[in-house]
Unconditional design. Structure first.
Length: 283
């Protein structure tokens, strides 16, 4: 029987009150409830405070370059179609430096679960605007306010017909755990954009700010209705919906590649006769 305690209790370098604490708790809880031990899953991350999450757990992990978490995770997935893969990085890493990888992961429908820690600021590098920072937000690096429209990851994902698009909140742990489990069980690319406070560098989007605005989608909400999902994705301000905004069933990228069917690549044998024939065809 797997328990949350199996994933360890590691001292972190996060600021007291950081939303990352709620997210790591939900990640551990989701893995335990799904019955995966530390040796049965892998967490891939990039660079940033959010990307430190697997450092603070007892689990298989790969810590890649800034913005390259999805690229690394896709390599892991292609090598092993069976192991559960979670990707954890911040809004800057996932949507800024990693924006192109994000778009292509959506297009491919890779069988991964991206848990994007969205605190609407760059925390590790001390508070400049990120892609999701709100318009006119004043930071130390943008003293006259942000002049660019914020990136809306869930709206972009729905526009690209991503197969699973959800929004969570680090302050609603039970709900977030449920979303992560749903994402893990979904066959294809699952985006979970997790709103979280940065207590040190974002004094606008605080825990109280989110609590006042966030609400869970009603039980009769239909996540297969793409038009309704886009309306909910664009609802961000006085009211912010949480839950699975959009979901569609379609083949994942690895399912479309016949040579990935069966055992993981590392466990497959080489057909030397077929290889010889290929090599001789170039003679």
């Amino acid at each position: 029987m797997v328990s949350v305690q199996d994933f360890g209790d590691v001292e972190t370098a996060w600021c007291p009150g950081c939303g990352n604490f709620g997210i790591i708790k939900s990640v551990k809880q989701a893995l335990a409830e799904e019955g995966y031990g530390p040796h049965q899953a892998i967490i891939v991350s990039g660079i940033g405070q959010a990307a430190k999450l697997p450092h603070y757990m007892r689990v298989n992990f790969y810590n890649g370059l800034h913005g390259r978490s999805l690229a690394s995770a896709q390599g892991v997935r292609l090598a092993n179609p069976e192991i559960p893969i979670l990707v954890t990085s911040g809004d800057g890493c996932s949507y800024g430096e990693g924006g192109n990888h994000f778009l292509n992961a959506l297009r491919r429908n890779m069988n991964l679960t991206l848990i994007a820690h969205d605190n609407q600021i760059y925390g590790l590098t001390k508070g400049q605007a990120s892609p999701t920072t709100m318009l006119e937000h004043v930071t130390k690096a943008q003293p006259w306010g942000v002049a660019a429209e914020p990136f809306n990851p869930v709206a972009v994902a729905i526009a690209m017909n991503a197969s699973f698009v959800a929004r969570g909140f680090s302050g609603n742990g039970e709900h977030l755990t449920k979303l992560i489990r749903q994402g893990m069980n979904h066959k294809g690319f699952a985006l979970i954009d997790v709103l979280q406070p940065c207590v040190s560098f974002n004094k606008i989007n605080t825990h109280a700010w989110y609590k006042e605005r966030c609400y869970e989608l009603p039980e009769d909400y239909d996540p297969t209705d793409r038009a309704a999902a886009m309306d909910k994705a664009l609802e961000f301000g006085d009211r912010i919906p949480l839950g699975v905004l959009y979901m569609v069933e379609k083949p994942s990228f690895d399912e479309r590649l016949p040579h990935l069917h069966g055992a993981p690549l590392g466990e497959q044998t080489v057909d030397r006769e077929a290889l010889r024939e290929v090599m001789m065809s170039y003679a």
